[in-house]
Ligand binder design. Structure first.
Ligand code: LFR
Length: 473
């Protein structure tokens, strides 16, 4: 038996709706909707436009139902940490974007009450200033939590818009900083300590569970049957990507490479050692109770934001041409630290890179091709370092690196990551996130069965990776 499902995959720069056909020997995906996403600045800060995003999701689902009238379920994943506050089912303003700089204040507020090592012992998360817990501390100070009675993370909000249900999917909830890393339940004590009302946090659901069925008006506008269920998947995009990373043998590390490069290994249990804490490695919740032991590296954001800056006066920069030119110039002698927080906010990325190098007396790229090359080299080094750390901290011998997501199409990045790590890079699949979403739905529907290993076998049989052997520096 095969099943048809719709996967909604929302990234920080674009979203897509895919129709997946899934069965024991079948794994086919077709994109039926794609739309841009990004921040909108209003006087109070940087926001998402989730109403618009939802209308794109509805359009995509409409296309899905036209493409295949037997769609049996819907799964939603997105970037992590961001949320909407609600009162009585009504959304209180457009959610903030995690790159908004208000989070610095949140860090001071939270660490004043619970130092980082206390948090790490409870939630196992690397320090990222935008984790939900810090954002909520700012909301509290602004009085918003006196009004709100619910917090829904982005994919949970979309599921709410589709079904009316209010839940918190576990893999994404694990990025809030408020989930107990060992029990994977909400940490009520930590909420009390930080003055975050427990009522905000809905019931946890796990990937594979049914969230609800479509509201009548949603069925009307999308053409899908009203009985169509929304099924919980790894709603954190990185969790879905890791499901579909074809690590079929021991020794595989992964880099889920899009806006971010999420670099790590899968483990059976969290690693909460002092060394893991100091190396700023995170223990995010994976599908089937696995742990995603990883580190956030800045990712293709640095390149896309550089291009956006160059294009700000209306010029168009051809990415493929730029990458070809970057491959043709010699590898820059000096690289920058792609993990430096200075590269996090939107803005003049080339200026910041030049500033970073210049301040340290290092050579600044002279042309755009050299700048692009310097970015790729810096990312490749940060990836290689994080893979090395992931192996050392988890006591796993890493023998190969899987790069999935948009970055898997960037040959220069794949090759240089292989060269700088000394390990072969297996590139693909590019749509790992949507594939992971489809697979978990397929398993919930009974169209496929088995552990993550057997799902990954199916991925490996279906999408042949491209291999980049290390060639040395
Ligand atoms: C990737 C991702 C990362 C998370 C970042 C912010 O899309 O979900 O895993 O740290 O976005 O939410």
């Amino acid at each position: 038996m095969t099943a048809a499902v719709a996967a909604v995959d929302l990234g920080a720069t674009s979203g897509r709706v895919m129709v997946g056909q899934v069965g024991p020997e079948t794994l086919e995906l077709r994109q039926v909707g794609r739309f841009p996403n990004g921040p909108v600045r209003t006087p109070d800060g940087l926001h998402w436009n989730l109403q618009q995003l939802f209308s794109h999701v509805l359009d995509g689902l409409r296309s899905a139902s036209r493409w295949d009238e037997s769609i049996a379920s819907i799964g939603i994943d997105s970037w992590a940490v961001d949320y909407a506050l609600l009162r009585g089912g009504r959304v209180l303003g457009e959610p903030f974007h995690y790159r908004d700089d208000r989070t610095a204040r949140g860090v001071d507020l939270v660490h004043g009450q619970a130092p980082f090592s206390t948090l790490y012992a409870r939630n196992g998360l690397q320090f990222l200033p935008f984790n939900t817990v810090y954002q909520l501390a700012v909301e509290r100070e602004a009085g918003m939590l006196d009004v709100a009675d619910r917090m829904l993370l982005v994919p949970d909000l979309m599921a709410h818009y589709l079904t009316g249900a209010e839940v918190a999917e576990a893999t994404n909830a694990s990025t809030t900083g408020l989930l107990d890393v060992t029990t994977q339940e909400w940490d009520g004590e930590l909420m009390d300590l930080l003055g975050l009302p427990r009522r905000l946090f809905p019931r946890i659901v796990h990937p594979g569970e049914r969230i609800g069925t479509l509201l009548p008006h949603v069925a009307d506008v999308t053409g899908l049957a009203a009985a169509t269920p929304v099924v919980a998947v790894g709603s954190h995009d990185t969790a879905s990507a890791v499901v579909a990373t074809p690590m079929t043998e021991p020794g595989g590390a992964y880099i889920s490479c899009g806006t971010w490069g999420l670099v790590g290994v899968e483990t059976e249990t969290p690693i909460l050692t002092r060394t893991a804490e100091h190396a700023n490695f995170t223990n995010e919740g994976g599908v089937d109770g696995r742990t995603r032991f990883l580190h956030n590296v800045m990712g293709l954001w640095i390149l896309s934001e550089t291009i956006r800056w160059w294009e700000r006066d209306g010029e168009t920069v051809d990415l493929q041409k730029l990458l070809a030119q970057a491959a043709a110039v010699p590898a820059c002698e000096h690289i920058f630290d792609a993990n430096d927080a200075v590269f996090s906010p939107p803005g003049d990325m080339p200026g910041r890179i030049a500033g970073w190098l210049g301040e340290r007396g290092l050579q600044v790229p002279a042309s755009r091709a050299e700048m692009a090359r310097c970015i790729i080299e810096s990312l490749a080094q940060a990836f290689a370092d994080a893979v090395h750390d992931a192996g050392a901290l988890s006591a796993q011998e890493v023998r190969r690196i899987h790069i999935t997501g948009g970055g898997s199409l960037n040959e220069l990045l794949c090759q240089r990551t292989a060269d700088r790590s000394g390990l072969p890079v297996m590139a693909g699949p590019v749509e790992a996130t949507a594939i992971g979403n489809v697979l978990v739905q397929g398993r919930a529907l009974g169209a496929i069965t088995g552990s993550l290993e057997s799902l990954r076998d199916l991925v490996a049989r279906t999408f042949k990776p491209r291999v980049f052997e290390p060639k040395g520096h």
